[in-house]
Design a protein around this ligand. Structure first.
Ligand SMILES: *Cc1c(COP(=O)(O)O)cnc(C)c1O
Ligand SMILES: [Zn+2]
Length: 444
């Protein structure tokens, strides 16, 4: 089926190079910069803002078919190049935006909402990007291109999503993981989905170097976040947030950052809505890093005038233990365009923020804890005030990081005080002992 919508890769450094979306290319051939996807906005403008809103709302309610996915319900904005028949979907997107007035009230910002991007097939927001990337590979294969496999380096969540979407499409996948540095749930996902799972004696950055070498010499498709097709799927989070707020724009969005693709995706989503007049202003964005892996934060302190890659130190927020983020330049330009700021969170701060939020009924992973800790700091110093509406991006499902929760509540986490630990109470099977434990709990 022909579509009038068109998108292409363009050099992010602005050297005017453009490439087709079905080219196997991740960096500009002329200047080696990252690429970004650009859309034919004149074609998109032929539908008015109100029409887009109604179309997206209709599709959100559709019970089945490709448009019932949160990503593919916005296909014209994401990747019009893929035919409907080649869409590889696992029902991603359309995740809840939860108002958490109880948690918000305690930190002096009652209008806090959490966007639960981890309520998804593989348990993280990575599904939003990988559905686009793997669908594009499916499209290329359907057109006779030789793409024997998809590969990625990962701190865990990307590999789970790559393996799941490739398995769904019947495409071989290879994942490069730092041995012993990811959670058991993350490791078992690609194993179960039939990926070749390479556990290597190095860190994420080491895996990244290797997978790039492998993919540049063989026509294996590289699924890392420098591949800007993923960003197109991820940017739908911004659109969903506005939809869920009745097309109002939050004052702040707070997001954890590692390789820094997601913060730029968020910015792109808001920019596209603004350009097509679905919204009339932009939020401010705060990107929060683990203090153990904080190169963006340190650069922010120097007004982005310089940047030092680092060797990331161990952190509970394993998915953002990254010292040399691939999408740094995109993140910096997003923060500059959105009155953005960067923050950092220590292990104690992120663990305590998780425990606080969990008491309000959430079940937060450590990366969401990093973002929540950042919010607590901004609220504490009055940067975010009681009248502000804030959205915190939750990037993964807490169940993927059960080990972290157990460590917290059993007080086994190094460098963490576990002030809100709530371990099980072990008792004999005795009526009086049980009743007195219950009343102690109720009256506490
Ligand atoms: C990938 C990931 C991040 C970081 O996203 P970037 O785009 O690399 O900044 C944060 N949290 C979780 C759970 C992730 O899987
Ligand atoms: Zn270029």
């Amino acid at each position: 089926m022909k579509t009038k919508y068109r998108a292409w890769f363009r050099c992010f450094a602005g050297c005017d190079e453009v490439y087709e979306l079905d080219e196997i290319i991740y960096r500009c051939r002329r200047c080696d910069s990252l690429l970004e996807v650009r859309h034919d906005t004149d074609a998109l403008r032929q539908r008015g803002a109100q029409e887009w809103k109604e179309l997206f709302a209709r599709r959100w309610r559709s019970p089945s078919g490709p448009f019932s996915s949160g990503v593919w319900g916005k296909k014209e904005w994401v990747c019009p190049r893929v035919d409907d028949a080649n869409i590889v979907s696992l029902g991603e997107g359309h995740t809840p935006l939860l108002h958490v007035p109880d948690f918000g009230g305690r930190i002096g910002v009652p209008d806090v909402h959490v966007k639960l991007c981890g309520n998804s097939h593989t348990g993280s927001f990575k599904d939003l990007g990988l559905t686009v990337l793997v669908s594009m590979v499916q499209q290329m294969r359907a057109e006779g291109k030789d793409v024997p496999a998809v590969a990625c380096a990962s701190t865990g969540d990307t590999s789970a999503a790559v393996a799941a979407y490739c398995a769904r499409a019947g495409i071989r996948s290879v994942v490069f993981l730092p041995r012993g540095k990811i959670s058991p749930a993350q490791l078992v996902q690609p194993v179960a989905n039939g990926a070749l799972t390479l556990a290597l004696d190095t860190d994420f950055d080491g895996c990244m170097d290797l997978v790039q070498q492998v993919c540049s010499k063989n026509n294996i498709y590289l699924a890392n976040s420098m591949n800007s097709l993923r960003i197109e799927g991820q940017k739908t989070v911004a659109v969903e947030i506005c939809q869920q707020l009745g097309w109002e724009v939050p004052d702040w969005v707070v997001i954890p950052g590692g390789n820094l693709g997601n913060v730029s995706a968020l910015g792109l989503g808001f920019e596209m809505m603004h350009e097509l007049r679905l919204i009339d202003r932009l939020p401010r964005i705060c990107c929060v890093q683990s203090a153990q892996a904080n190169p963006l934060y340190l650069s922010y302190l120097k007004n982005f005038e310089s940047f030092e890659p680092q060797t990331a130190r161990e952190t509970l927020a394993t998915a953002i233990q990254i010292g040399n983020p691939v999408s740094l330049c995109k993140a910096v330009s997003t923060l500059k365009a959105f009155g953005g700021i960067a923050e950092e969170a220590t292990e104690e701060e992120l663990a305590d923020a998780c425990a606080q939020a969990d008491r309000s009924g959430l079940f937060t992973d450590p990366h969401t804890g990093v973002a929540l800790a950042g919010l607590i700091k901004l609220a504490g110093r009055g940067e975010i005030g009681p009248a502000d509406r804030v959205v915190v991006i939750s990037t993964a499902h807490g169940l993927k990081f059960a080990q972290f929760k157990i460590g917290y509540h059993w007080k086994e986490l190094e460098g963490v005080e576990s002030r809100r630990a709530n371990p099980p109470v072990e008792l004999p099977a005795d009526y009086d002992a049980v009743v007195s434990a219950i009343f102690e709990h109720i009256e506490a």
